[in-house]
Design a protein around this ligand. Structure first.
Ligand SMILES: Nc1ncnc2c1ncn2[C@@H]1O[C@H](COP(=O)(O)OP(=O)(O)OP(=O)(O)O)[C@@H](O)[C@H]1O
Ligand SMILES: [Mg+2]
Length: 308
């Protein structure tokens, strides 16, 4: 039984914006799943619906087989949410935030106190347990939100850009925490802009753009699809009107002195250079294009900024 199952999920906001245009998706129990997409793709809307913060216009959501619409409370008990925006009281202390949150979910206070200590320690926030939350750093605040979500021992942990704006060291620490959580059996779904993050953490992913899933599957399979390599060549002198044709190679003039080259990974670069040379094209320098997942992302979403 999937941990999360979405069927033909649609959302039209009151403003008329169609944020989700029929999303069907299935996440297996124990998975570490990334939902990737450019700004405005519909990621937060999707997560908002699953966590009951947003009402779907139509479609179905099942959490471990429980229909969200028919049995909201039962479905919600299995979910832990780390929202994109900070949403705890900055004038409360981390320890109280966790204990009160558990109380809200009906967990007895004595149990919550034990659990809060565990989670704060795991989040490396135990020394800040009695500090006013306002005084925590950005990374600490994010870790606090993860610790809070774990208080109910969710079977499905959903994080909306958990590492946005967090420096690389803290981010790595959070990855470690999330890997531990996942290894202990919790299904994890996260959205992220950091493709490196998805590549390093997730086994499966879906790419969403304009309210539609445009690609989904195992990370490895998606990357394998991309068995091409991209280069940017700086050219000395003007380019000829007609570029030479090389079988299996895509050659595009970006401007008067830059060529975009895409070729199968196994192909010999010398052959390409020999052909360019014969056509009077002198390559002054070359660099490889951005990482593979980024390439895939850019290609699928047509979002050039993502590669920048
Ligand atoms: N409360 C709302 N009312 C009206 N439109 C909204 C609302 N929330 C989101 N939208 C619109 O729905 C679309 C999807 O937004 P959403 O926040 O789901 O995107 P996202 O993928 O999470 O983007 P980001 O990466 O920037 O967080 C956008 O066009 C957005 O402007
Ligand atoms: Mg969002």
């Amino acid at each position: 039984m999937p941990a999360l199952e979405l069927h033909e999920l649609r959302k039209i906001y009151a403003t008329g914006v169609e944020a989700l245009k029929g999303v069907t998706l299935s996440v297996q129990p124990g998975d570490f799943f990334a939902l990737l997409g450019p700004n405005g793709a519909g990621k937060s809307t999707l997560i908002g619906i699953v966590s009951s913060l947003v009402n779907a216009s139509s479609g179905e959501v099942r959490v471990f087989g429980v229909d969200l619409h028919a049995q909201r409370a039962a479905a919600m008990r299995m979910i832990g949410l780390v929202p994109q925006e900070m949403n705890f009281n900055l004038f409360e202390k981390p320890f109280d935030i966790l204990v009160n949150y558990a109380g809200f979910y009906g967990i007895p206070r004595a149990e919550a106190i034990v659990c809060a200590e565990q989670e704060l320690k795991r989040a490396q926030l135990w020394d800040k347990a009695q500090t006013m939350s306002r005084n925590l750093s950005g990374g600490m605040k994010r870790r606090l939100m993860i610790a809070r979500a774990m208080m109910t021992r969710p079977r499905l942990l959903i994080l909306d850009e958990p590492t946005a704006g967090v420096d690389i060291e803290i981010r790595r620490g959070m990855w470690r925490t999330l890997r531990e959580v996942n290894a202990a059996g919790t299904t994890v779904i996260l959205t992220t802009h950091y493709l490196e993050e998805a590549e390093s953490l997730c086994r499966n992913l879906a790419i969403i753009d304009g309210g539609r899933i445009i690609e989904q599957g195992p990370m490895k399979a998606l990357l394998a699809k991309l068995d091409v390599e991209g280069f940017v060549l700086d050219i000395d002198g003007p380019l000829p009107d007609r570029l030479p044709e090389i079988e299996g190679v895509m050659l595009v003039a970006e401007d008067g002195h830059t060529l975009d080259l895409e070729m199968p990974r196994a192909m010999d670069l010398n052959r390409v250079f020999a052909t360019l040379d014969a056509a009077g094209i002198r390559v002054r320098s070359m660099r490889t294009k951005s990482n593979r997942l980024e390439e895939l992302f850019v290609r699928l979403t047509g979002n050039r900024e993502a590669a920048a």
